[in-house]
Design a protein around this ligand. Structure first.
Ligand code: NAD
Length: 486
């Protein structure tokens, strides 16, 4: 039996060899050398879980699934332990490489995201089977694997989503094939190879998780329609969710959000402003659960704006707001507007530079008063800018929140001391997550809140904050006339 220390040594030496092609003496967690390059190395297709063609990634996964069936639930937990360790050790490296490739967000927040994922993703403890007994016999219900899961991951959190998915899907005995976001394909393939080396060194079969080196919409569609893939897990925007849901497969779909915040006259305005900035500025607002627009009751509107200022946000005037809106949303050929992806995940200072406003260093969020139908309110914008809208009263604000959420059924937040209003807000919003008097991260993960976490929050299909049981079939064995022993 290998103990944890021995395992760590094996995993460290194997993982260290991933980018060099042979055993190397470097430590697993790279030191933050000033000026060091954090470009993800080119992965070699055909090695360590990365494939050139989707059909080969699926065929390898099928073989791995048959092998994985021989492993016990306790083995799966040991595998998850390896993934937690590697994610923790590589948090800094993965974060820097992700930033280098995607240009989105904030490296130190990404490091926290990886660590949070390593620590707080649930494992096999989620799969508690049930049984009933009586004079007619005994019935057991167990969580069984589906087989090969086809997963799509977003550009906004490529590695945390991937490793969170691997842990919860393999906890249930499945294997998984990824079509990662093309905008994060290098870091995604690199991370797969790092995890793969570690897991194989820990005594597990190869290809329990695989990906394609050059993901495209075509490779996603090949995965969606492959007969050996019975279940799809989709984490992304509306286009990919719609495409996956139009197949006739079971889909766990984690779609877009546009989380509104309602601040009423009973709220602690100082705390509300601080928490709104804290939640929305994390990783420059690229989290799907993060606060995206705020509705404030008119009797406390001016006071709330002063609290935003005191809490360190920077107010834009109407001229700068217009300029930022024009840069952030560009006309499309259907007469509407489309989000400029170049601005997604940009910091307050970067956005300030774009509109020629000198935003002091250290400012985490820009804000401005806007009308309720402003494009920044109605579109999921994912950058360090917060539109703030004056509403007449709680009921008016509630309706504005419903309109801005677009029935995505994702996340909504309220700051109020009135319990009846909090209850009504949660009932009417009908979102997967409601956070009351807190910041958005408190709705997803015990480092901030009071529950397990996931990077796949299944909104349209209703599984909610996903865990291993959402990727399992429930199977029943009914034994007639025996096994009841009392
Ligand atoms: P995206 O929609 O641009 O891309 C997701 C993936 O889908 C990519 O791999 C892309 O290539 C692929 N894709 C896009 N259209 C497709 C189609 N028609 N057919 C097949 N594949 C297609 O997502 P993104 O910008 O990387 O991520 C941000 C979005 O994801 C936001 O809308 C955010 O709210 C959402 N998101 C949701 C959750 C959640 O848990 N609900 C988590 C993270 C991100």
């Amino acid at each position: 039996m290998i103990d944890e220390q021995q395992l760590r040594k094996i995993v460290e030496s194997v993982v260290a060899s991933v980018s060099t092609g042979g055993p190397a003496p470097r430590p697993t967690a790279p030191s933050p050398v000033p000026g060091a390059s954090y470009v993800a190395p080119e992965s070699i297709a055909g090695q360590d879980g990365v494939f050139e063609h989707m059909k080969d990634a699926i065929a390898a996964s099928k073989k791995a699934f048959e092998e994985f069936r021989k492993y016990s639930v306790r083995d799966r937990e040991r595998l998850i332990g390896i993934l937690r360790m590697v994610t923790r050790d590589h948090a800094e490296e993965f974060s820097k490489m992700t930033y280098e490739e995607t240009g989105m967000g904030d490296v130190k927040d990404k490091i926290l995201k990886h660590r949070n994922c390593a620590k707080n993703t649930p494992g096999t403890e989620d799969l508690v089977s049930r049984s009933w007994s009586g004079e007619k016999g005994v019935t057991f219900e167990e969580f069984a694997p589906f087989g090969i899961i086809g997963a799509v991951t977003p550009s906004t959190h490529p590695v945390p989503t991937m490793v969170n998915n691997i842990m919860i899907m393999l906890a249930g005995g499945n294997t998984v094939v990824f079509n990662p976001h093309p905008g994060a394909k290098k870091i995604s393939a690199y991370a797969i190879q790092v995890f793969h080396k570690a897991v194989v060194a820990g005594g597990f079969p190869p290809n329990l998780f695989t990906c394609v080196k050059n993901p495209t919409i075509d490779s996603a569609n090949e995965m969606f329609n492959h007969p050996d893939v019975p279940l799809l897990s989709i984490t992304g925007g509306p286009g990919v969710v719609k495409a996956a849901m139009s197949t006739n497969k079971k889909v766990v779909a984690a779609g877009p959000g546009n989380p509104p915040v309602l601040v009423d006259e009973t709220a602690d305005l100082k705390k509300a402003a601080e928490y709104i900035i804290r939640g929305s500025s994390f990783d420059n607002n690229i989290l799907c659960i993060a606060e995206k627009e705020v509705f404030v009751v008119e009797s406390v509107f001016d006071k709330f704006m002063q609290e935003m200022d005191r809490a360190g946000a920077f107010r834009l005037d109407s001229v700068s707001l217009d300029l930022l809106s024009k840069k952030a949303f560009q006309p499309n050929d259907k007469g509407g507007h489309v989000l400029n992806r170049e601005l997604v995940g940009r910091s307050a200072c970067q956005l300030g530079d774009l509109v020629k406003v000198n935003v002091p260093e250290g400012v985490r969020m820009l804000y401005a008063e806007t009308p309720r139908d402003h494009i920044f309110v109605m579109e999921e914008q994912m950058m360090a800018f917060m539109p703030i809208v004056k509403v007449k009263d709680f009921e008016d604000g509630l309706q504005a929140c419903v309109d801005a959420e677009h029935d995505f059924r994702h996340t909504a937040l309220i700051h109020s001391k009135d319990m009846d209003r909090i209850t009504r807000f949660a009932q009417v919003m009908n979102t997967t997550i409601v956070v009351a008097n807190g910041y958005s991260n408190q709705g997803d993960g015990p480092d901030d809140g009071e529950a397990y976490m996931a990077f796949t929050i299944a909104t349209p299909t209703g599984e909610g904050v996903t865990s291993p049981r959402n990727f399992c079939k429930i199977r029943r064995l009914a034994v007639s006339g025996s096994l009841r022993f009392v």
